[in-house]
Design a protein around this ligand. Sequence first.
Ligand code: NAP
Length: 290
Amino acid sequence: MEHIMSGLPVAAALLQKASEEAAKLKEKGITPKLALLRVGESPEDLRYERNLIKKAAQIGAETEVHVLPENASEDDMRAAIWQMDEDHGVHGIMVFRPLPAGINEEAICQEINPEKDVDGATESSLAGVFMQHERGFAPCTARAVMEMLDYYGVELSGKKVTVIGRSLVVGRPLACMLLAKNATVTIAHSKTADLAAEARSADILISATGMPKMVDQSYIREGQIVVDVGVAFDPQSGKLCGDVDFEEVEALASSITPVKGGVGAVTTAVLMTQVVEAAIRLNRKPSWTD
Ligand code: NAP
């Protein structure tokens, strides 16, 4: 196994497979389409949007962007989501998050049809992950970690995995997915007693906290596999970093993911994969083309 587990070849393999599946759909007259709902003009959303449009074009999928003003009401957002849902040409719906302050984001996300919930934002999608049903889609980052481990041939069955972080977008769904692969999973968080000891006890350590360079040598046992999901800025240098102090930990770990070109690079490829999967699933339904 590679010492540095880059996300770039993983993303490339996923995009290649997605474009092959999209080409097969095109032979049947179907072009996978992702509809995006953006509220306001935040630079982060705009950057992500440009990236998604580029990646979709790369696999032969279409995108359409619905933009609402920063002061849009929850009813405006619901109406936009319903419109995307009613459009049979749209297979995936993604709402840029976080939504502006004062908006009940959780409630808005539940308006997305789980069959088109390619970002894994609805309760139904999370239930699908929990129950191992083909219902909705996994949150993209959680699946991105699983895709990385799979690509690099990391055996999970019988292995002890510690996941630091219990959010609904990363830690919790990821823990369920690891469990489904027969790993023995510990979910650690900000109230975990002796976090470093929990981290050291694992064969595979996955950190998803957003705490810059929190995972230092004291968290690591020689030979561990370390996956860094975190994206943060080093308060000292101001540079991009992860949860893991890469320089310190790399020497001890058997394999480790980088921050740049790591899990984040795989996340958008997973989203594209899920758009194509949604198009395949929806077009299996007899009522879809009525
Ligand atoms: P989040 O909702 O803020 O959750 C953070 C989790 O980390 C919480 O469960 C929290 O514990 C735990 N935590 C915080 N400080 C901790 C500490 N000192 N010790 C132990 N646990 C601690 O964040 P998120 O949305 O899951 O994202 C986590 C990180 O992943 C962020 O850096 C985010 O930018 C990154 N991310 C990356 C991608 C990607 O594509 N690479 C995608 C999504 C997110 P409590 O529950 O106890 O508060």
